[in-house]
Design a protein around this ligand. Structure first.
Ligand code: SIN
Length: 303
């Protein structure tokens, strides 16, 4: 058994596999399948200051090797999370990452203030949701706005702060450097890629929102490329995600420079995906005689 422990921004994880925000709710449904203590951590469903119903249905569409979603940040609001979900979740023996998304800087800062002093281990500031009209991607697509919201949130919390980046930008490395300069402790990437699917018989988009965020195995090489570029551009740790569905994918993402990985779309086809990926990582390390998973981080040797 290899040593699977990793550290991201001062937080120790017993293994590098974290269900991604939006793919795992608050974990309750998955406890029927395996103890949550088997996971490195959980990034909970993206939360806003007030409850949100999300976008009208249909808001999920299958694509070859992937899926589109336009959920629109449906969530019960930060107070419901802190009062109803966190007390139980904090007893599960895994790290808790609170994913927060605000439509204004003030909303984000207020949420962060409410989280301060709770059992949350880390904050993931979502500046990249492509499915909401206000906030969301708007913060994550320019260096100035990404830096501005990071600076404001940084001042409001002593908790480790990870900023989740959008791939729907000209230069993701510039955005990563901008949030690093304002005090981000880590970055996570990639959020979904903006896509569209049209029903050719009705000539209507399949999603009521017309467009949505693409995830799943089809985006994996794009995510690996962006993680590699960002890991080489910043000094803070990178958490990689985007289409990871096997232990080998996780190893590849970590060789690109990710200190830990998040698993999203794979969970919709197989709820056991995160635990299978943990086992797959361990098997690969054992087969290759590598004692610790952290030894492989950033070890790709480019031509
Ligand atoms: C959503 O709820 O629309 C997805 C969240 C995200 O892409 O950040």
């Amino acid at each position: 058994m290899a040593d699977l422990r990793v550290e991201v921004a001062g937080v120790s994880f017993q293994n590098p596999v974290i269900p991604a925000s939006g793919a795992f709710g608050f974990g309750r449904e998955y406890e029927k399948f395996y103890p949550l203590s088997e996971l490195g951590g959980i990034s909970v469903k993206g939360m806003t200051l007030n409850p949100k119903d999300g976008n009208p249905a249909p808001r999920i569409a299958e694509t070859p090797m992937g899926m589109l979603n336009s959920v629109g940040l449906q969530n019960p609001g930060i107070d419901a999370f802190l009062e109803k979900e966190l007390p139980e979740l904090s007893k599960k023996g895994t790290r808790i990452i609170a994913n927060v998304a605000g439509s204004t800087v003030e909303d984000c800062v207020e949420m962060i203030r409410r989280i301060e002093g709770t059992a949350v281990d880390m904050i993931e500031l979502n500046i990249s949701c492509p499915n909401v009209k206000q906030g969301g991607a708007a913060f994550g697509t320019s260096c100035e706005s990404a830096a501005g919201i990071t600076a404001a949130v940084r001042k409001a919390t002593t908790k480790p702060l990870m900023v989740k980046l959008s791939p729907n930008v000209t230069s993701i490395t510039d955005i990563a450097k901008a949030v690093e300069a304002e005090g981000a402790d880590a970055v996570s990437l990639i959020n979904t890629l903006l896509g569209m699917k049209i029903d050719i018989n009705t000539r209507r988009p399949v999603l009521k929102n017309n467009v949505g965020g693409m995830s799943g195995p089809a985006v994996f090489p794009i995510a690996v490329r962006m993680v590699w570029q960002v890991a080489n551009a910043v000094k803070i740790p990178v958490v990689g995600m985007g289409g990871i569905s096997s232990g080998e994918d996780a190893i590849e993402m970590m060789m690109a420079g990710a200190s830990a990985v998040q698993v999203g779309a794979a969970i919709f086809t197989d709820p056991y995906a995160p635990v299978k990926i943990i086992k797959g990582i361990n098997d690969w390390l054992d087969t290759h005689g590598i004692a610790s998973v952290s030894e492989i981080v950033g070890t790709v040797q480019p031509w």
